[in-house]
Design a protein around this ligand. Sequence first.
Ligand code: FES
Length: 153
Amino acid sequence: MSSVHVNRIIDRHGAERASLIPVLQDIQDDYNWISEPHLRQVADRLGLPLSEVYGVASFYRALSLEPRGKTLIRVCKGTACHVRGAQLIQEELERQLGIQAGGTTEDMAYTLEVVNCVGACGMAPVVIVGDKYFPGVKPHRAKKLVQTERDEE
Ligand code: FES
């Protein structure tokens, strides 16, 4: 069954090949991920092979083909962050959220990801919550990051 909302997104950008990336970005923004039915709908409406739409969606890191929580928490595990305790931070966040890295909480509120160097080694170890960077995070502060984020909601 096609989604009315996705049809609206496509109508807004125009049902043509050039709209593929903006359409996928809008679906990502609105749903936090792009499901297979949505990929099929985009392919149908834009007259493109599903393989091409899937290829583009899987190429861009900003687009996710797995369900993602509303807030993405990224733990940097590049070398500088790793030597300053990123593993302990990851473990604390996993405990707090009750998920493993790469997972999403059941209420779809958070996804925890481990990433490579985010280009802020001078501030290592770094955790990024949504688009906010937290420098010099200590494991006990990792717990606070989640609590603060929850309190702000
Ligand atoms: S290694 Fe973490 S910011 Fe570079």
